[in-house]
Design a protein around this ligand. Structure first.
Ligand SMILES: *Cc1c(COP(=O)(O)O)cnc(C)c1O
Length: 442
């Protein structure tokens, strides 16, 4: 990872400067491929959308894809499994390679299936194998609620008290994010009791990008399994899960991956586990090799791939949108996308900085490139929900809030523009200090 500190840059805060930046061609900008919601009123035809970390926008190709799958069902019915233009039986396998490229995995290590929390549970069924001496699970204290519920229920499922079995990592007093050195210390000191480390690759709240290779190494040195929730990392940062020796990971595809509300999730299982038949798994008919799926045998015959963690025949109407979305990521490539995302978020950061200096907000996301994705989280005085409402109603800027005081702004690099960033900063300035962004005195 690069260690680029963008320093205290002074940037041109005029709207013209934002438009000039957008006028420079950038091959990673694919705005034309997306449906950008129309503004209801005001000076701009479209909203400035910063909630792609929560629900990504719809690629234009998705609708046609979905309609084609619906037509195949209508026209071919049961024969669509093998006779449609994109047959349903092997459909999920088409997603494997692009999903593997997205997270830096071998195709044999990835399967697209289920939802995120479901996948976390299925992976914990294999990789959380607690004993009385070693049964603790490490999470961030400020992890997403679903992850907390998942690990607590896993501990309880195995007969342990979740209050003591789950070890929650807290930032130092007065700080908002974790320090890698502190995480490594905990793993060193408490290692003998830890069965599983399960952290967010990019934290949903603070936007902090964890040092996945260093923490994975330390977890392994402590004798623990190390899994990552990549809900906010997939499609946001460059990942090398295979090379980093991650045991397992899961991610959803409705955030940065733009595959639609509640869409399918991904799962990664490292090659060395995939080929290890002694690891227990929960199985269904899709855990068995394609060649033996219709043998209707009492005993499964799993392939040496992550597919052996799949269970059910997949929802085809949910897979089309994942396919169209992953095709865009494949075309652009995560490296180029990350370059654009850092340029956009540095620019947004530079615009927000005078507001921070003026005391109107506090940026909680770490600034260094290797410690964050595209999201910038800020703490604001008063009620963040009320502020995001005003950003939307008064300025057509779509951000989201996490109670009580965090506003999250994520310039998704595929479709957000410099001008969107300018609109967001200008709206924040007008709402927080009552002046345009060009006139905020730092
Ligand atoms: C979005 C998100 C979830 C949501 O879980 P689902 O199972 O997809 O509903 C869980 N964990 C994290 C860290 C998330 O960001």
């Amino acid at each position: 990872m690069t260690d680029v500190n963008t320093g205290h840059m002074t940037i041109d805060r005029s709207e013209a400067a934002a438009l000039a930046l957008d006028a420079q061609p950038d091959p990673a900008s694919r705005r034309a491929l997306f449906r950008i919601p129309a503004a209801q009123s005001g000076a701009h035809p479209q909203v400035a959308y910063f909630a792609g970390n929560s629900l990504g926008l719809q690629p234009r190709a998705t609708r046609e894809e979905l309609l084609a799958d619906l037509d195949d069902w209508a026209d071919l019915a049961v024969h669509g499994h093998v006779e449609s233009a994109r047959p349903w039986l092997p459909y999920h396998a088409e997603l494997t390679e692009p999903a593997a490229r997205l997270v830096g995995a071998l195709p044999s290590e990835v399967v697209v299936m289920n939802s995120l929390t479901v996948n976390l549970h299925l992976l914990m069924a294999s990789f959380y194998r607690p004993t009385p001496q070693r049964h603790r699970i490490v999470v961030e204290d400020h992890c997403f609620s679903s992850d907390s519920y998942a690990v607590r229920s896993q501990a309880a499922f195995h007969g342990f008290d979740p209050d003591t079995a789950v070890l929650r990592l807290r930032p130092r007093p007065g700080e908002d994010t974790l320090r890698t050195e502190d995480v490594l210390h905990v793993l060193g000191d408490e290692g003998a009791s830890i069965a599983l480390v399960l952290l967010g690759g990019v934290n949903y709240l603070t936007g902090e990008f964890m040092d996945i290779p260093a923490i994975t190494r330390a977890g392994h040195a402590a004798g623990a399994m190390v899994g990552w929730d990549l809900a906010h990392a997939a499609g946001n940062v460059v990942l090398r899960l295979h090379e980093w020796d991650v045991d397992f990971a899961a991610w959803c595809s409705y955030k940065y991956l733009n595959s639609g509300p509640g869409s399918l999730a991904g799962a990664f299982i490292h090659e060395r586990h995939v080929t290890n038949r002694s690891i227990p798994r929960l199985e269904g008919w899709w855990s068995t090799r394609e060649a033996t799926r219709f043998a209707m045998a009492p005993v499964s015959d799993p392939p040496p791939t992550a597919d052996s963690w799949a269970m059910s025949n997949p929802p085809i109407f949910a897979m089309g949108p994942v396919r169209t979305s992953l095709a865009i990521f494949d075309e652009v490539g995560m490296e180029a996308l990350r370059t654009r995302s850092l340029a956009l978020s540095d620019y947004l950061w530079g615009l927000l900085e005078p507001l921070a200096t003026a005391g109107a907000l506090r940026i909680v996301t770490p600034r260094e490139h290797d410690r964050r994705g595209t999201q910038i989280s800020v703490r604001v005085p008063g009620d963040a929900a009320e502020l995001t409402d005003r950003l939307r109603v008064n300025w057509e800027v779509i951000a989201d809030e996490r109670k009580p005081d965090i506003v999250r702004l994520a310039p998704a690099a595929l479709y957000c523009t410099y001008h969107d960033c300018w609109r967001a900063a200008d709206a924040m300035a007008r709402e927080l200090v009552g002046t345009p962004i060009t006139e905020v005195c730092a």
